[in-house]
Design a protein around this ligand. Structure first.
Ligand SMILES: [Zn+2]
Length: 153
C-alpha cells in the first residue's frame, strides 16, 4: 500500500516520499484513546505549541509529555529531524519520562487549538517516528488533515 508521508515546508504541505517498509495504517473520524487528555495537557502547559503525547497500554496511561520550546535532551538530539531544531518534542518527552519498558504500548499525540474544540495536525516527524518504533511502541495515533490516523509498526 502506498502511503504518502507529508511534512511542512514554509507552511506548504509537500508530499515527498512513500514509506519503504510495509506499514499498516488506518483512518477514523473517532478520537483515539486519550486524545482529549493529550489536548488538555497541551493546553494546560500553554506554550505556543500545545502539543502533548500520551503513552498507554490496555487503557492505562504509562507516561505523558509535552513540547519543550527550549529544553533538549540527548535522545532528541539522536533522533533529530533537523539539526537546527533539537528542542524536545512531546513524543520524545513522553518516552524519556516513562518508567517502564514500552514494548506493546501505544501513543496518542494531540494538539488542541486555543478554543479547545478544534485540533492541529500532530503527525510525528521522522525523528520521533523512529524513536517511537525503536522503543517497541506498536501504534501511533494522531490528527492529520481533519481526520484521525493510526500507524501500526
Ligand atoms: Zn518530532
Amino acid at each position: 500500500m502506498a502511503i504518502h508521508n507529508v511534512r511542512h515546508t514554509c507552511n506548504k504541505r509537500v508530499e515527498y516520499v512513500e514509506f519503504t517498509s510495509p506499514i499498516h495504517f488506518s483512518v477514523s473520524t473517532e478520537k483515539p484513546p486519550f486524545f482529549d487528555l493529550a489536548c488538555e495537557i497541551g493546553l494546560e502547559k500553554n506554550n505556543r505549541y500545545r502539543i502533548a503525547a500520551v503513552i498507554y497500554q490496555k487503557g492505562r496511561v504509562i507516561s505523558h509529555g509535552w513540547n519543550q520550546p527550549t529544553k533538549t535532551h540527548p535522545m532528541q538530539a539522536r533522533y533529530k529531524n533537523r539539526a537546527e531544531r533539537v528542542f524536545m518534542h512531546a513524543e520524545i518527552h513522553a518516552l524519556v519520562r516513562a518508567r517502564q519498558d514500552l514494548s506493546g504500548c501505544s501513543i496518542t499525540i494531540g494538539r488542541a487549538h486555543k478554543n479547545g474544540l478544534t485540533f492541529g495536525d500532530t503527525r510525528p516527524c521522522n525523528g520521533c517516528r523512529d524513536a517511537i518504533k525503536d522503543e517497541g511502541i506498536r501504534a501511533v495515533n494522531y490528527y492529520y488533515g481533519g481526520r484521525f490516523e493510526t500507524e501500526y509498526f
